[in-house]
Design a protein around this ligand. Sequence first.
Ligand code: MG
Length: 409
Amino acid sequence: MTENASKLKAKNNIAYLVVAAGRGSRAGAGLPKQYRSLGSRPVLSHTLSALHASAPGALIQVVIHPDDQLLYEDCLISLEPQARLSVQSPVFGGATRQESVRLGLEALATQSAPEIVLIHDAARPFVDRAIVERAVIAAQSYGAAAPGVALTDTVKQVNDQLMVVATPERQFLRAVQTPQAFQFSVILEAHRKAADSHGDYTDDAMIAEFAGHSVHLFLGDIKNFKLTTPEDFDRAMETINRQLYADLPDIRTGQGYDVHAFEPGDRVWLGGVEIPHAFKLAGHSDADVLMHAITDAILGAIAEGDIGAHFPPTDPRWKGAESKIFLAHACQRVRERGGMIAHLDATIICEAPKIGPHRDRIRHSLAALMALEVDRVAIKATTTEGLGFTGRKEGIAALAIATIRLPSQ
Ligand code: MG
């Protein structure tokens, strides 16, 4: 453990305030950027997870927009259980970022009034332990601090005709990031004063300056960038994939196969999608033959038996259980091993119903159930040219192959 880390451990009276109330959708895709997905989960979920991992004892207070409550709850679902326990009930933000931060600070004041608060942007998911350690120590030493990075480009000040009026010396310039770190009482009081002054301040460091405090800049990290444009999202995705693939070098594949017979009815369930048909599939509950084959493929890839071993049909608990419970269980086993599902490929074999018109709905349904990107789920269909039991329209068969990545053992 580094000296910094042991100081952090001794000092658990730290809270994070995460500002996620913005409406920014410059990055495209309609949703506020903190709720846009980055790989298998939303940006905010990555950020909360990184903050928790950097100081596991710290409380996390998130400020959200009142319209985003459902999006926020989805974020929490995709968070590791330990991290979720650190997250307090959300606070609704105000009309500006400044007001949102103040409302978050007031909420912390009524709960536990931490000694140190780290105020962080929801759209900076690459915050890490080293920055958090530097932030806490700087706040303890100086009362008010922010991470800064040296500029590589020369900066020019221009007038409204775009004529250069000054070239500030680059060695004295820093680009400022978050988490900005403060003694809690210092920044709470400064925000209250700033609210009374009706001034407009661009960040929390500036609010501390306004209230008469000197702000120390500690070393930031260019990897701790803020997601704003579509290019930032591409760069973030590359970073996440690089980390993920380096951490999960053990590649496994598993296959699954299942058959269900038709019986009188008017719809079938395939991959969680209801498809009108002249028959239904016989079996427990939804008899989702595709989901059963996929569940077995995943269990096969981690060599953990088959669907019947985990959910014996003789056990009354599983009588009539929905197939998505089986699939969720197999995905959970992969997560518990620290792994990820890299790809799924399945083939549905039947003369009818026609699968093509429903293919994309099935892919989206399965991807959502497994928290995967849609381009990692392939669904194909074939007939058997009238041959065999599928050719005689007696039922549907499904084949699946799962590719899984696990940590090295
Ligand atoms: Mg089955």
